[in-house]
Design a protein around this ligand. Structure first.
Ligand code: AMP
Length: 225
């Protein structure tokens, strides 16, 4: 069975990472986060990491060629063949077109695009309070809304919690501007292709997850995936 091939779209801070963790378990998907892959490359000090680092710290996008090469390889991997969830990719129309070509060449296609919608003010409030685990970036907390049991320490593995360099308010504002300018046009792009499913991301994450899960389960059933 081909499984669901999904994109999670939305501004930074809309909860893409959190929903991705939940949905990958629901539908046995490979979770592919370009942000996490790039941060790992920076930590490793690889050539890709060196080329990406400055762009990331400034809150700008990493050049399309680098990202597209990285993603093409990743979606070709065995675990992604039974369904994947792209988190943070595509972020430009050029990336979306490259993705469409890469999938088409392998006889695959997208199942749906999950668009999480959230206002800029809520994004800033959420991101400025976000803390992530130094050992596993998927362990995410918020100092007001989802604090760890012990301040500054990850509940799941006891590692230190830090604020991402790009979660400072000034950088968040820049990332939002980049989102509106370069990534938001993808909403219309995928709407035209009848792939878009919109969700109000201001609701709490369990409720949001339930609604998305139900809609994707119905889609999977309807398409026999
Ligand atoms: P994220 O964790 O998804 O917010 O990504 C963190 C940073 O990595 C972004 O601000 C960009 O600098 C870079 N990045 C992640 N995904 C992409 C992408 N698809 N295209 C370009 N840059 C990206």
């Amino acid at each position: 069975m081909p499984g669901l091939n999904l994109i999670l779209l939305g501004p930074p801070g809309a909860g893409k990472g959190t929903q991705a963790q939940l949905l990958r378990a629901d539908f046995s998907l490979a979770h592919i986060s370009t942000g996490d892959m790039l941060r790992a490359a920076v930590a490793e000090g690889s050539e890709l990491g060196r080329q990406a680092q400055g762009h990331m710290e400034r809150g700008e996008l990493v050049p399309d060629e680098l990202i597209v090469a990285m993603i093409r390889e990743r979606i070709g991997a065995e675990d992604a063949r039974a369904g994947f969830l792209l988190d943070g990719f595509p972020r430009t129309i050029a990336q979306a077109e490259a993705l469409g070509r890469a999938l088409g060449a392998g006889g695959r296609e997208l199942s749906a695009v999950v668009a999480l919608e959230l206002s800029d003010d809520v994004v800033v409030q959420r991101l400025a309070g976000r803390r992530v685990c130094v050992k596993n970036p998927a362990h995410i907390y918020h100092i007001d809304f989802d604090p760890p049991k012990h301040e500054g320490v990850c509940d799941q593995d006891g590692a230190r919690l830090i604020q991402r360099e790009d979660d400072r308010e000034e950088t968040i504002r820049r990332r939002l501007a980049v989102y509106h300018e370069q990534t938001e046009p993808l909403i219309a792009y995928y709407d035209q292709r009848s792939l878009l499913h919109r969700f109000d991301a201001a609701r709490d994450r369990e409720h949001l997850h339930e609604i998305i899960r139900a809609e994707l389960a119905a889609l999977r059933f309807a398409e026999g995936l």
